[in-house]
Design a protein around this ligand. Structure first.
Ligand SMILES: Nc1ncnc2c1ncn2[C@@H]1O[C@H](COP(=O)(O)OP(=O)(O)OP(=O)(O)O)[C@@H](O)[C@H]1O
Ligand SMILES: [Mg+2]
Length: 398
């Protein structure tokens, strides 16, 4: 299954471009599902077709869906949800309903990811186009599978051990309900699903991110930051859609200055995003609503080419050998050395850039090796490991 993720600053045209891409993909014969993960859904309004939590036929080959947190929670959460309710009830929060659990932070992220895993698992669609919320929320969504890994390993792994001890000693005397084995089995199933969705999302042959921008300074600045964080989490950024470019013919009088500003900003895009292909689209004299307008947008964007072709990208993380030292090279564009923090605990690296933190479990060839040095140059962060395993590690392996 091919996944195309559109993201960008609020209002730049993500929903319109995602809908246009999906229409074009369906036209070419791809069985396509366009999903809105933005809580403030507008995909149905854009297509002019009411959408819900299940795939709705928009036209041949094209289905649309707006993620509904409550529906997904009921479908996926099962045992974990029931335990959460019991736990809250034991703390005096009686009569809590599923509707109220929805407000727990992060629920919308969990549900959107599980839905994507389900769609991949069902194998009904060969193309999925994601229309997402503005960048900050989408980055939280995309970094979530990485964070979840840490929780499962540290928190639930630990809790499971504690529960075993607790059950053996205090058991029913405790007021707080002890999670059942079923709860843990259910958690483990969820864990496996998050791992699968992470593999899907960070495979550049299957999933790519496309950034939608407008030729405006503030939009570009936010998009640059988004690009950096996407690289940090291992997403392949494939395309820059430059939306709302004023045609020269339309920019006399009042709009002359707007056009001049846009031109300067368009020139800076080429400098800033270098090798990432850019596709410009004009600012239309009308809103882009309804299928005919979206089809025009699709044609202006992709011409006669397949709108979901995977353009070659390299994964932003590479494991390489340099001068006998195993190294990790990570693309981190627009980042200064003072913005990156790196620490190592056993076989896990922790990388912090701005407000985001990623854990990176080292591949087998790197295990037992200590970071020797790290260096950020020309947008690449290189982490160099000791050429040999530590004596303790050699002894442990033996
Ligand atoms: N090239 C364009 N020319 C004219 N109007 C456009 C163009 N692209 C988008 N629009 C209009 O701009 C508005 C915002 O577009 P859209 O909803 O696609 O943005 P968005 O990035 O999804 O916004 P949000 O961040 O709120 O989800 C819509 O009314 C849409 O019709
Ligand atoms: Mg939108």
């Amino acid at each position: 299954m091919r996944v195309v993720i559109y993201t960008g600053k609020g209002g730049v045209g993500k929903t319109s471009v995602a809908a246009a891409t999906a229409l074009g993909a369906a036209d070419r014969g791809h069985t396509t599902l366009v999903i809105s993960t933005d809580n403030a859904h507008s995909l149905g309004d854009s297509l002019g077709v009411p959408l819900g939590p299940d795939p709705t036929l928009v036209r041949p080959n094209l289905y649309g869906l707006e993620v509904d947190v409550l529906t997904e929670l009921e479908r996926n959460w099962g045992e974990v949800h029931r335990y959460l309710l019991a736990l809250l009830a034991s703390q005096g929060v009686a009569e809590i309903t599923a509707e109220e659990v929805v407000i727990l932070p992060g629920m919308e992220l969990i549900t959107a990811l599980l839905l994507l895993d389900q769609v991949d698992h069902d194998g009904r669609f060969d193309t999925v186009v994601l229309d997402t919320a503005p960048t900050a929320d989408t980055l939280r969504l995309l970094s979530f599978p990485n964070a979840v890994e840490w929780y499962f390993d540290h928190l639930f792994g630990l809790q499971r051990r504690i529960v075993r001890v607790a059950r053996a000693t205090v058991g029913h005397a405790m007021k707080t309900p002890l999670p059942s084995d079923q709860f843990f089995a259910s958690l483990e199933r969820l864990h496996a699903r998050f791992q699968r969705v992470r593999t899907l999302l960070t495979d550049p042959r299957r999933t790519t991110v496309r950034l939608v921008v407008n030729p405006e300074k503030m939009v570009i600045a936010e998009t640059q930051r988004a690009f950096t964080y996407l690289c940090l989490f291992g997403f392949a950024v494939e395309l820059l859609v430059v939306n709302r470019v004023f045609p020269t013919a339309a920019t006399s009088g009042y709009f002359t200055k707007v056009r001049a500003e846009q031109e300067a900003n368009l020139a800076s895009l080429t400098e800033l995003f270098g090798e990432i292909p850019q596709l410009p689209v004009p600012r239309y004299p009308h809103e882009v609503v309804g299928i005919p307008a979206l089809e025009q947008l699709g044609r202006d964007l992709f011409g006669s080419s397949d709108p979901v072709t995977v353009r070659p990208t390299s994964s932003p993380v590479r494991f390489v050998e340099r001068g006998g030292h195993p190294c990790i090279e990570l693309a981190l564009p627009y980042t200064g050395p003072d913005q990156v923090e790196l620490s190592q605990r056993g076989d896990t690296l922790f990388l912090t850039v701005g407000p985001y933190r990623r854990s990176l479990v080292l591949p087998y060839a790197f295990t037992g090796r200590k970071v020797e040095s790290a260096n950020l140059a020309n947008g690449t962060f290189t982490i160099r490991f000791a050429s040999r395993r530590s004596p303790q590690e050699v002894a442990r392996a033996a």
